[in-house]
Design a protein around this ligand. Structure first.
Ligand SMILES: C[S@@+](CC[C@H](N)C(=O)[O-])C[C@H]1O[C@@H](n2cnc3c(N)ncnc32)[C@H](O)[C@@H]1O
Length: 307
C-alpha cells in the first residue's frame, strides 16, 4: 500500500471536485444511526430496501462522505478501505472523472442527451448539473437498481426548466427493459446522439453476465455521434490490494470484477477513442496541473464516439 497511501494526499489536492462539506447531503444523523436522516416519517423505508445487506450505492456514498448509508454498508466500506487504504480517495477521483467526462461531452462534443446508468446517491456534481451548466437544455435519464438512489434522486435531482431529468429503477443486466422504458422514451430522442455513461458500474457484472454484450446492446440503440463513457477499477495497479478488496466485497455478497486496461479497452471496440484513450482516470484530461503519478488511483477511464 506504500505508494498508494503516500500518493493519497496529493491526489486529494489535485483531483477532488468536491469535499464532503460541499456535498448537498442531509447532514443530521438520526438517533437510530442506521436510518438515513434524510428519509423521515413512519413509512420512511420502502420495503424493498434491505438495510441489513450492503449495497454498492450506499457503500460508495459512505466513501464520498455522505450520510445515506447503513451499518452493513459502512462495515464493507471499512473492510475495503482496510484492504485498499486509498479507496475513499479513489471514489472521489472517479467522481471527478465523471464531471470532466460530462463537461467534455457537453462542451467539446455538443452532446445534449445523457443516459447515466449506475447513478449513485446524489452527490456534488451530478450529471445533469454538470451538463446543464454548459447547456441548460440538456436532458438526462438516470438509471439505478437501488431504490434508495431513486428515492433521493427524485427528491434532489431537479432539472433546469429548460432541460429534463428522468429516473428509472432498472438493472443494467436488462438493457432492453431500460431502452423500452417510457420515461426514457419521453425524455431522450434516440434519433439524436446520446452519451451512454457507465461510470463505476461495470465491475459489478461478472464476465459470465456478458457485460460487453450489454454495452453493445445499449450502443446499438444509439445513433452515430453518440458517446460511451466508462470508468472501471483495475487490479493492474496493485494486484494484492485489489485481491483483498475483491475478497472483502464478495464476503458481503457483492460480486466485484476488476478489469485490465485491455479488457476496459474492449468495451470501446468499434468506437473512436477520445484522446488520451484508456488511461488511469487521473490522467484523463486533468483539470489544471496533471498529477505526477496518476497510477495512485486504480481506475481506468475512457470516452469513445460511435462513428
Ligand atoms: C460506485 S456507484 C457509482 C455512482 C456514479 N456512477 C459515480 O461514478 O459517481 C455504483 C452505482 O451503480 C449502481 N448499480 C450497481 N449495479 C447495478 C446494476 N446491475 N444495475 C443498475 N445499477 C447498478 C449502484 O446502485 C450504485 O448507485
Amino acid at each position: 500500500m506504500g505508494r498508494a497511501a503516500s500518493g493519497a494526499a496529493a491526489v486529494a489536492v489535485a483531483c477532488f471536485t468536491s469535499t464532503p462539506e460541499e456535498t448537498p447531503m442531509p447532514q443530521d444523523v438520526s438517533p437510530d444511526e442506521t436510518v438515513p436522516a434524510s428519509v423521515k416519517g413512519p413509512d420512511w423505508l420502502p420495503p424493498e430496501i434491505n438495510r441489513a445487506v450492503a449495497h454498492p450505492a450506499r457503500v460508495y456514498d459512505y466513501m464520498l462522505g455522505g450520510k445515506d448509508n447503513f451499518a452493513a454498508d459502512r462495515a464493507l466500506a471499512d473492510a475495503v478501505t482496510a484492504a485498499m487504504p486509498s479507496a475513499p480517495v479513489m471514489a472521489r477521483a472517479n467522481r471527478a472523472f465523471l464531471g470532466r467526462a460530462v463537461r467534455y461531452m457537453a462542451k467539446e462534443a455538443g452532446i445534449r442527451q445523457f443516459l447515466d446508468i449506475g447513478t449513485g446517491i446524489p452527490a456534488a456534481g451530478n450529471t445533469h448539473e454538470v451538463a446543464q451548466a454548459v447547456a441548460p437544455a440538456s436532458r438526462v435519464v438516470y438509471v439505478d437498481n437501488d431504490p434508495i438512489v431513486l428515492l433521493h434522486a427524485r427528491a434532489l435531482m431537479t432539472s433546469d426548466p429548460a432541460g429534463a431529468t428522468a429516473f428509472i429503477q432498472a438493472d443494467l443486466r436488462e438493457p432492453d427493459k431500460i431502452l423500452a422504458d417510457l420515461a426514457l422514451r419521453s425524455t431522450l430522442d434516440l434519433g439524436e446522439p446520446v452519451a451512454l455513461m457507465l461510470i463505476a458500474i461495470l465491475m459489478y457484472l461478472s464476465d459470465e453476465e456478458s457485460p460487453r454484450g450489454i454495452v453493445s446492446a445499449l450502443l446499438d440503440a444509439l445513433p452515430s455521434g453518440s458517446y460511451l463513457a466508462i470508468s472501471h477499477p483495475s487490479a493492474d495497479f496493485s494486484p494484492e490490494e485489489a485481491a483483498d478488496a475483491v475478497a472483502a466485497s464478495e464476503r458481503s455478497g457483492i460480486s466485484f470484477t476488476p478489469r485490465t486496461q485491455a479488457e476496459v479497452a474492449a468495451f470501446f471496440s468499434g468506437l473512436e477513442l477520445v484522446d488520451p484513450g484508456v488511461v488511469p482516470v487521473l490522467a484523463w484530461r486533468p483539470d489544471g496541473i496533471a498529477p505526477s503519478d496518476p497510477r495512485v488511483v486504480y481506475y481506468y477511464g475512457a470516452l469513445g464516439r460511435k462513428p
